[in-house]
Design a protein around this ligand. Structure first.
Ligand code: SME
Length: 168
Protein backbone atom coordinates (compact mmCIF):
# COMPACT_ATOMS: atom_id res chain seq x y z
CA UNK A 1 0.00 0.00 0.00
CA UNK A 2 1.28 3.46 -0.85
CA UNK A 3 0.84 6.13 1.81
CA UNK A 4 0.71 9.76 0.88
CA UNK A 5 1.56 12.58 3.34
CA UNK A 6 -1.42 11.59 5.44
CA UNK A 7 -3.44 8.64 4.21
CA UNK A 8 -6.63 9.58 6.00
CA UNK A 9 -9.52 7.25 6.58
CA UNK A 10 -11.94 9.89 7.82
CA UNK A 11 -13.75 12.99 6.70
CA UNK A 12 -14.26 15.40 9.57
CA UNK A 13 -16.08 18.21 7.81
CA UNK A 14 -19.06 17.97 10.17
CA UNK A 15 -19.08 17.86 13.98
CA UNK A 16 -20.88 14.51 13.82
CA UNK A 17 -18.19 13.02 11.59
CA UNK A 18 -15.49 14.35 13.91
CA UNK A 19 -17.20 12.82 16.94
CA UNK A 20 -17.53 9.50 15.12
CA UNK A 21 -13.83 9.61 14.27
CA UNK A 22 -12.82 10.23 17.88
CA UNK A 23 -15.23 7.50 19.11
CA UNK A 24 -13.52 5.10 16.74
CA UNK A 25 -10.02 6.29 17.70
CA UNK A 26 -10.75 5.80 21.42
CA UNK A 27 -11.80 2.24 20.80
CA UNK A 28 -8.81 1.53 18.52
CA UNK A 29 -6.37 3.04 21.02
CA UNK A 30 -7.90 1.07 23.89
CA UNK A 31 -7.22 -2.09 21.89
CA UNK A 32 -3.68 -1.03 20.93
CA UNK A 33 -2.54 -0.33 24.49
CA UNK A 34 -4.43 -3.20 26.12
CA UNK A 35 -2.10 -5.09 28.47
CA UNK A 36 0.91 -2.94 27.52
CA UNK A 37 2.58 -0.38 29.80
CA UNK A 38 5.69 0.46 27.77
CA UNK A 39 5.61 4.22 27.20
CA UNK A 40 7.69 4.23 24.00
CA UNK A 41 5.60 1.48 22.40
CA UNK A 42 2.27 2.99 23.40
CA UNK A 43 3.17 6.56 22.47
CA UNK A 44 4.58 5.38 19.12
CA UNK A 45 1.34 3.59 18.28
CA UNK A 46 -0.64 6.58 19.56
CA UNK A 47 1.20 8.92 17.17
CA UNK A 48 0.73 6.60 14.22
CA UNK A 49 -2.97 6.08 14.95
CA UNK A 50 -3.70 9.81 15.15
CA UNK A 51 -1.47 10.84 12.24
CA UNK A 52 -2.99 8.31 9.87
CA UNK A 53 -6.59 8.98 10.94
CA UNK A 54 -6.88 12.75 11.20
CA UNK A 55 -6.95 14.61 7.91
CA UNK A 56 -4.74 17.62 7.31
CA UNK A 57 -1.79 16.87 9.58
CA UNK A 58 1.89 17.17 8.73
CA UNK A 59 3.21 16.16 12.18
CA UNK A 60 1.92 14.39 15.29
CA UNK A 61 4.03 13.31 18.22
CA UNK A 62 5.26 13.54 21.77
CA UNK A 63 7.76 15.55 23.73
CA UNK A 64 8.61 14.30 27.24
CA UNK A 65 10.06 16.39 30.06
CA UNK A 66 13.59 15.78 31.25
CA UNK A 67 14.32 18.37 33.92
CA UNK A 68 13.28 21.73 32.50
CA UNK A 69 13.42 20.61 28.88
CA UNK A 70 11.00 18.81 26.61
CA UNK A 71 12.80 16.13 24.60
CA UNK A 72 11.46 14.70 21.33
CA UNK A 73 9.64 11.39 21.70
CA UNK A 74 7.83 9.07 19.29
CA UNK A 75 6.25 10.94 16.38
CA UNK A 76 5.06 10.76 12.78
CA UNK A 77 6.14 13.35 10.23
CA UNK A 78 9.39 15.04 9.27
CA UNK A 79 12.35 15.17 11.68
CA UNK A 80 11.71 17.83 14.35
CA UNK A 81 13.43 20.01 16.95
CA UNK A 82 14.85 17.75 19.67
CA UNK A 83 14.86 19.94 22.79
CA UNK A 84 12.42 22.68 23.81
CA UNK A 85 12.82 24.56 27.08
CA UNK A 86 9.86 24.69 29.45
CA UNK A 87 8.03 27.94 28.69
CA UNK A 88 9.31 28.14 25.10
CA UNK A 89 7.18 27.67 21.99
CA UNK A 90 3.66 26.29 22.03
CA UNK A 91 4.83 23.01 23.60
CA UNK A 92 6.76 24.61 26.44
CA UNK A 93 3.93 27.08 27.07
CA UNK A 94 1.47 24.17 27.36
CA UNK A 95 3.64 22.70 30.13
CA UNK A 96 3.67 25.99 32.03
CA UNK A 97 -0.05 26.71 31.56
CA UNK A 98 -1.07 23.10 32.28
CA UNK A 99 -3.81 23.02 29.67
CA UNK A 100 -4.28 22.37 25.96
CA UNK A 101 -3.47 25.17 23.53
CA UNK A 102 -5.10 25.59 20.11
CA UNK A 103 -3.09 27.89 17.83
CA UNK A 104 -5.14 28.90 14.77
CA UNK A 105 -2.19 30.76 13.19
CA UNK A 106 1.31 29.84 14.29
CA UNK A 107 2.70 33.09 12.86
CA UNK A 108 0.58 34.99 15.38
CA UNK A 109 1.83 32.98 18.40
CA UNK A 110 4.78 34.80 20.00
CA UNK A 111 7.73 32.43 20.35
CA UNK A 112 6.30 29.67 18.18
CA UNK A 113 9.08 27.25 17.22
CA UNK A 114 8.93 26.40 13.53
CA UNK A 115 10.16 22.84 13.09
CA UNK A 116 8.53 22.65 9.66
CA UNK A 117 8.01 25.85 7.66
CA UNK A 118 4.82 24.34 6.24
CA UNK A 119 3.07 24.27 9.62
CA UNK A 120 0.32 26.88 9.89
CA UNK A 121 -1.76 25.77 12.88
CA UNK A 122 -1.13 23.65 15.94
CA UNK A 123 -2.75 21.85 18.88
CA UNK A 124 -0.74 20.85 21.96
CA UNK A 125 -2.20 18.72 24.79
CA UNK A 126 -0.46 18.03 28.13
CA UNK A 127 0.31 14.45 29.21
CA UNK A 128 0.18 13.76 32.96
CA UNK A 129 1.53 11.15 35.34
CA UNK A 130 -0.96 9.31 37.59
CA UNK A 131 -0.18 11.89 40.32
CA UNK A 132 -1.30 14.71 38.01
CA UNK A 133 2.19 16.08 37.32
CA UNK A 134 2.81 17.03 33.67
CA UNK A 135 5.32 14.66 32.07
CA UNK A 136 5.11 15.85 28.47
CA UNK A 137 2.90 16.96 25.61
CA UNK A 138 1.28 15.59 22.49
CA UNK A 139 1.71 18.03 19.60
CA UNK A 140 -0.23 18.12 16.32
CA UNK A 141 0.76 20.36 13.40
CA UNK A 142 -1.16 21.18 10.24
CA UNK A 143 -0.21 22.96 7.02
CA UNK A 144 -3.79 24.35 7.03
CA UNK A 145 -4.56 27.57 8.91
CA UNK A 146 -7.16 27.16 11.68
CA UNK A 147 -7.17 23.34 11.38
CA UNK A 148 -7.96 22.62 15.05
CA UNK A 149 -10.95 23.54 17.21
CA UNK A 150 -12.17 22.76 20.73
CA UNK A 151 -13.68 19.46 19.54
CA UNK A 152 -10.20 18.37 18.39
CA UNK A 153 -8.70 19.41 21.72
CA UNK A 154 -11.42 17.49 23.61
CA UNK A 155 -10.98 14.46 21.33
CA UNK A 156 -7.20 14.35 21.72
CA UNK A 157 -7.45 14.92 25.49
CA UNK A 158 -9.71 11.86 25.75
CA UNK A 159 -7.16 9.82 23.79
CA UNK A 160 -4.31 11.09 25.99
CA UNK A 161 -6.36 10.03 29.04
CA UNK A 162 -6.37 6.46 27.70
CA UNK A 163 -2.58 6.58 27.28
CA UNK A 164 -2.16 8.04 30.78
CA UNK A 165 -4.03 5.07 32.27
CA UNK A 166 -1.27 2.77 30.96
CA UNK A 167 1.38 4.62 32.99
CA UNK A 168 2.39 2.75 36.08
N1 SME B 1 5.87 24.22 17.09
C1 SME B 1 6.27 23.65 18.34
C2 SME B 1 7.59 22.92 18.23
C3 SME B 1 7.47 21.48 17.96
S1 SME B 1 7.18 21.15 16.35
O1 SME B 1 5.98 21.82 15.86
C4 SME B 1 7.13 19.52 16.02
C5 SME B 1 6.35 24.72 19.41
O2 SME B 1 6.24 25.91 19.11
O3 SME B 1 6.52 24.36 20.59
Amino acid sequence: MTFTLNDTAYGTDTPAAKHAMFDDLRSQLTGLVHGESNLVANSANFSSLVFNAMPGLNWAGFYFLQGDELVLGPFQGKPACIRIKKGRGVCGTTVVEGKSIVVPDVHAFPGHIACDVNSRSELVVPVRRPNGEIMGVFDLDSPLPNRFDQDDADGIEALVAILEKTLV
